[in-house]
Structure formats: C-alpha cells, structure tokens
Design a protein around this ligand. Structure first.
Ligand code: G1P
Length: 282
C-alpha cells in the first residue's frame, strides 16, 4: 500500500502554464487579445499545449493569468453562452467545440500574477495547489509538433527519477536569446545538466543546447525561488532557481526532444507556425 502511494506521488499529473506576460513582442495585436488565444490553423495557440498535456496524461492545469488577461478565463468558462446558442442553432461543429471546452474547463484552475515579475514568480504563485513531488511547466510561446514532447519528458523522468528540461541545439548567433545548458554524460537523446545560464553572451554560452519551454520541476524549487533576487531584466527567472538546485546536487536532465519546434512568441514565428501546422495537416 505504502509503495502505491509513493509511486503516485512521483506521477506527473499537474501542469502549470504562465499566461500573465504582456506579449509586447506582438503588439499591437496583444493590446486587445492575449497571444495565447490567437488562432493557429483555426485553434488557439494555448489549445495545442493543452492537447499535448492531456495526451501525456496530465489531469489538471494551473493557469497563471492577470487581470489584463481575463479573456483567457472567459474563453474556457463561457459554456452558458454556448448553451444558449446551441438551443437556437443545432450546429454540430459548435456542439463539438462546446463539449471540448467543457472538458478543458473541468481541468483548469486559475491563479493571478498581476505584475509580470518573471517565470520564477509565476511558478511560486502555484505553490499551494501543487499536490505531487514533481509537476510540469510549459511556456505557451513554444509549440512542439509531430512528437509529444511532454510525453518524452515524463518517460525520461520515470527513468531517471529526476527533473527534466526540454532542449534542442540552436544556431550560435541566437544563443543569447535563450537559457543555455552546460552538459555532461551525453547520451543519444538526453544528458545530465551541469549548469544553466539565462541568456548568456555568445562568448560565455557553455554549449549550443537551449532551454525550450517545457520543464518537469520538483516542489523543492519553491524555496529556491523565494531566495532569489531579480536577475536579467529585473525579473525572477526560473533558470536561476534551477541553477541553485543543481548546485545543491539535485539532478536535472536535458531531454533532446524529437518533435519540431515552433516559436510562437514573435509575429514572424507565429505566422510561420500557422504555415507549418497547416502543411502538417494536409
Ligand atoms: C524563456 C526562458 C528561457 C528559455 C525560453 C524558451 O525566455 O527564460 O530560458 O530558453 O523561454 O522559449 P523568454 O522566451 O521568456 O524570454
């Protein structure tokens, strides 16, 4: 019996999604619409992330939103509006969407981050809601298609019993746009992480393996975040909390994911994502 409880405690069933960012890279569109709701091939960006997680066995989502992003809540909690429309119009497509939205709704909880103080601060807002020893965090700017990255990470987590970060090789000239990993014991699809550095200069980057927005984090991270002072750009970075945990001998592995990465955080990236996903579905 005890064994079963322990095993459950290690399962990854919750995913947190920071959604309180201002979306400045996509202004003026984001002044009226959260970038996470902007459609890609007919479906909000965020829904791709949710579907990836559900397929990987996630049962609960924690959305970190702000007062400025209430339309995200409205999108998932507007089923009465749908019900009325459905009564009048017996439209099959709307009915299917209504069912889908109801399913998501049951799984989502909200916490608020009204001042955008960085991903570390966003994660900390979820502390009271996290039930197991590890949880998944996904950054909605980063879509990964063709192969389920969260599933691959959960598999590696089960194998290593450690924290996991999604990673891929990036072009040298872009190194200072990412969190960069210092690596050891590289295997075909994963390696142990020796250190992390947030947006280093090209010269100081310890490798060309970048952090892509998927993390399996331990609850230990909360106490590390509390100790942090604002880093790069005056924000509390999750990268810095991870760095402290690694220094204290906590194991982190980089999962070199096999899917295709799409950066939706800029307008050109967003447009390209639409094209790629459209091609994929043809
Ligand atoms: C964040 C992380 C960074 C990571 C990137 C992936 O940066 O801080 O470590 O490489 O996401 O997209 P941001 O895109 O918020 O500047």
């Amino acid at each position: 019996m005890i064994l079963i409880i322990n095993k459950k405690n290690h399962m990854i069933k919750q995913a947190i999604i920071p959604l309180a960012g201002l979306g400045t890279r996509m202004l003026p569109l984001t002044s009226v619409m959260p970038k996470e709701l902007m459609p890609i091939n007919g479906k909000p960006n965020l829904q791709y992330i949710l579907d990836e997680c559900i397929d990987a066995g996630i049962k609960e989502f924690i959305f970190i939103i702000s007062k400025k992003k209430l339309s995200i809540k409205k999108y998932f909690f507007n089923d009465n509006f749908y019900k009325k429309i459905l009564k009048k119009k017996k439209d099959k497509k709307i009915f299917e969407e209504f069912k889908r939205i109801k399913r998501y709704k049951k799984m989502i909880k909200f916490v608020y981050q009204n001042t955008p103080k960085g991903t570390g601060d966003a994660v900390l807002k979820c502390q009271k809601l996290i039930k197991n020893k590890y949880f998944l965090m996904l950054l909605p700017d980063d879509l990964i298609i063709k192969k389920n990255c969260s599933k691959e990470m959960i598999r590696l987590h089960k194998k290593t019993n450690a924290s996991i970060i999604a990673t891929k090789r990036v072009e040298r000239k872009t190194l200072s746009r990412w969190g960069i990993l210092s690596i050891k014991n590289k295997k075909k699809n994963y390696f142990q992480i020796k250190d992390v550095v947030e947006k280093p200069s090209i010269k100081k980057a310890p490798s060309n393996f970048a952090i892509i927005g998927r993390y399996i984090l331990p609850t230990k991270i909360f106490s590390e975040i509390k100790k942090l002072k604002p880093g790069q750009g005056g924000e509390i970075h999750i990268t810095d909390a991870i760095k402290s945990l690694i220094k204290k001998e906590n194991k982190f592995y980089g999962n070199i994911f096999t899917g295709k990465y799409l950066d939706c955080g800029t307008l050109s990236g967003y447009i390209n994502s639409g094209i790629q996903i459209f091609k994929e579905k043809k």
